[in-house]
Ligand binder design. Sequence first.
Ligand code: HEM
Length: 538
Amino acid sequence: MSLYSVEHKITKPTITHTITNKNTFCVLTMQLIIPINPILTLLVLLLVGLKIYNALRILIWQPFVLTRRFKKQGISGPKYRFLYGNLMEINKMKTESQLSVLDRISHDIFPRIFPHYQQWMSLYGETFLYWDGTEPRLCISDPELVKHVLSSKSGFFVRANIRPEFLKLVGSKGLVFLQGADWVRHRRILNPAFSIDRLKVMTKVVVDCTLRMLDEWSEDITEKLMMKKEMDRDFHRLTADIIATAAFGSSYDQGIEVFRTQKELIECCVISLTNVFIPGTHYLPTPLNFRIWKLDTKMKNSIKKIVDSRLQSKSDYGDDLLGIMLKSRLSIEEIIDECKSFFFAGYENNSNLLTWTTMLLSLHQDWQEKLREEVFKECGKDKTPDSDTFSKLKLMNMVFMESLRLYGPVPFITREASKDVTLGHLEIPKGTTLIFPLLKMHSDKDIWGSDADKFNPLRFQNGVSKAAKHPNALVSFSIGPRACIGQNFAMIEAKTVLTMILQRFRLSLSCEYKHAPVDHITILPLYGLPLVLEPLED
Ligand code: HEM
């Protein structure tokens, strides 16, 4: 092929004045390619054809076929709309519902947080199909089916595919998103970091960090002997300090960059969730992607600094989470991703559990007094709690269970069918994402009784499995092989912090508090939690 023939072909289209610009381009391209190599041309056309076929399959054919398959089984849902699925409706309903503020005594938060689920459940029943862009989502709240999926070891229900931004936040090579043999290997390595002996050591860290916070509070007390505190802010700082010290032997100051960056990344994830996900677009140099890439690099560098300082300072690396990882065969990349997972899971969820529990105790003063009495009885007025204390704090345990039921930080759990699979009476096609809306499951009157939307910790007096009509009705920490690895640590931390606060302060809601729980990856109070703290008399 000579240069000449190319030039010759380029000049030729000038005779076709009537064709559109687009057509001119195609003709031009064809004329350029055909003389170059007919086989290449065929290949290009085949590739383009395949891409178009694939796009049509995903955008039109698959939604049509899947909707029909589910309809035959009696499952329906909102109509699929080209490319966007039901995203527009979801965004609209969520934006509208966020304008409202709930009555302080209302714990019926599901309709506010997930107005779309509420509406679709009333229209199509509790199990329904909807579309997140072009991806099918089957919403299931039957505890028996949920238990079946979560406790399955078949490998047919795997971690659902998530958006790339989330992988930057939590790490693709960390426990949270690993699958199969890699997940087994990581979980085996990490389990010892949460053994009973390690938890005892961690309890001391929790006590020290909490004492630091309480000392700061005492300094803030004015002559009026009362003070207003933004509890969500202080709990975020406290739980960050605790996880940084207990798991990574660093401190809040060292971990602060990681927490700040993760907070900004959460913002990016929340924004991206309102857009349709088109594969490959996360590589495009958009302003949001630039921000995500920058934050990702920043977070990796901050974590690397913590890892490097441990590598230099201790010969045996220590026995905390970071030490255990460094002594294992995990690569540095895997360790960094695990750090991301634990920094995130270790403070965001715990902070919210403490925030909502103190909100509930401020609202229900009778329960606050009951817990204080129990704390004084089992732990005294100034003794710091230890691992023996926790099993004696029965009422406190019930209050935390009730708080997890009504305001559990994790709003839903997802799984993906890795092949066509049968679940109860349902035939679930490969690739379908199953959504288990925990907030709905935890407030279902058919399961929890007519007072399901009321704060009643006594429902847990005979244990979690007897609190509702189904023994696995409460799944705040999930169940089965992928249940939360930090569950015991979370409960010890929450009990320690609450015990130490109740020993010193009486809590009540500030008149500024606006009751507006929101889904921000975890459930948190949109306008914060301002509380009034009054020191107890000696
Ligand atoms: C109130 C506090 C917490 C709640 C409600 C909570 C809830 C959960 C839930 C529901 C899951 C399962 C998610 C799924 O299956 O898709 C999970 C997994 C996980 N959690 Fe927690 N969590 C809490 C605290 C913690 C803490 C303190 C840590 C670490 C220090 C932690 C680390 C993890 C990890 C690493 C996983 C992934 C486990 C795996 O897949 O093997 N969590 N958590």
